[in-house]
Design a binder for this molecule. Structure first.
Ligand code: NAI
Length: 287
């Protein structure tokens, strides 16, 4: 089973938390890993080389192969330089984990444009930037594996995370189309909504819950999605604390109005329109 052996894999935001765990597991499984991290704080301020360097040192000490990269994924130029690092150091790029992330939580009433934009820049634009920089390589070689880090905050909502939730579900919208466009080139695009104790969740979830959520539980699912063998695409999984589950959008049976309905007719049918009892996965054909 080739798995990820000799595959060149980029993990963004791999200087700590989940990304570090992904990078370490992938290197142990024989991948050549680019450990990207801007090295800043949780809110996206600051930068430094220590975080990425420490993970690379750890991987090398265990006999693995890795190289550090300190570019920000939030700019096109940074993402291009990151992909160039993979190609320069290892001669190719086969997979990406779009994992880098920051938090700027506040209620929507208090959310300024700065906090909105900063979060979208790293998560959503970062996912676009890195994926776009690698896409041509994937198409040319007829192979690519992409994993997006999404979140239950985007899938289901979470108080105080309007910016973060929008960015995280934006990545699912992106992957839905990339899965279609990548299919004929053997490019798969999937997402994982992790649940793990990291600096991001340290003061958000209760300590006894966090104790049950070591990042190590998430990494093997990411490893499988990056492997040669896994050809599934366009899927989303919630993973953490020993549980792995798939998430999917459902639609119910369409209520049909052959003639343009009045507002009152819509109201009168509202119960049927909102009833999900007969819902099926995906976009149900109308009728
Ligand atoms: P973390 O804060 O430990 O890791 C994020 C890493 O991204 C940091 O090392 C940070 O320096 C790096 N980073 C931030 N901005 C960057 C940029 N512009 N360019 C490159 N690197 C940058 O947090 P954690 O928990 O490991 O998060 C990893 C991913 O998983 C994030 O996308 C997060 O939103 C997502 N996630 C995590 C959950 C959890 O339970 N920990 C829940 C849902 C999603």
């Amino acid at each position: 089973m080739p798995g990820v052996i000799d595959r060149v894999l980029i993990v963004t935001g791999a200087g700590g938390g989940l990304g570090r765990e992904y990078a370490r597991l992938l290197a142990r499984a024989g991948a050549l890993v680019v450990v990207n991290d801007l090295g800043g704080s949780r809110d996206g301020t600051g930068s430094g080389t220590e975080m990425a360097d420490a993970v690379v040192a750890e991987i090398r000490a265990n006999g693995g192969t890795a190289v550090a990269n300190y570019d920000s994924v939030s700019t096109e130029q940074g993402a291009r330089s990151l992909v160039d690092t993979a190609v320069r150091e290892f001669g190719a790029v086969h997979g990406i984990v779009n994992n880098a992330g920051i938090l700027r939580d506040s209620s929507f009433a208090n959310m300024g444009a700065d906090d909105w934009e900063a979060v979208l820049r790293v998560h959503l634009f970062g996912g676009y930037n890195v994926t776009h920089a690698a896409w041509g390589h994937f198409r040319e070689q007829g192979f690519g594996r992409i994993v997006m880090a999404t979140s239950t905050s985007g899938l289901f909502g979470n108080f105080g995370q309007a910016n973060y939730g929008a960015a995280k579900l934006g990545l699912v919208g992106l992957l839905n189309t990339l899965a279609i466009e990548g299919r004929k080139y053997d490019i798969t695009v999937n997402a994982v909504a992790p649940m793990a104790a990291t600096r991001m969740t340290a003061d958000i979830a209760p300590a006894d819950l966090l104790q049950r959520l070591p990042p190590a539980h998430v990494a093997p699912v990411v490893g499988h999605l990056l492997s040669d063998e896994c050809e599934d695409t366009g899927m989303v999984f919630i993973v953490g604390g020993g549980s792995v589950q798939r998430v999917q959008l459902f639609t119910n049976k369409a209520v049909l109005f052959p003639d343009v309905p009045s507002i009152d007719e819509v109201r009168d049918n509202w119960g049927r329109i909102t009833d999900m009892a007969d819902a099926q996965p995906g976009a149900n054909p109308v009728g």
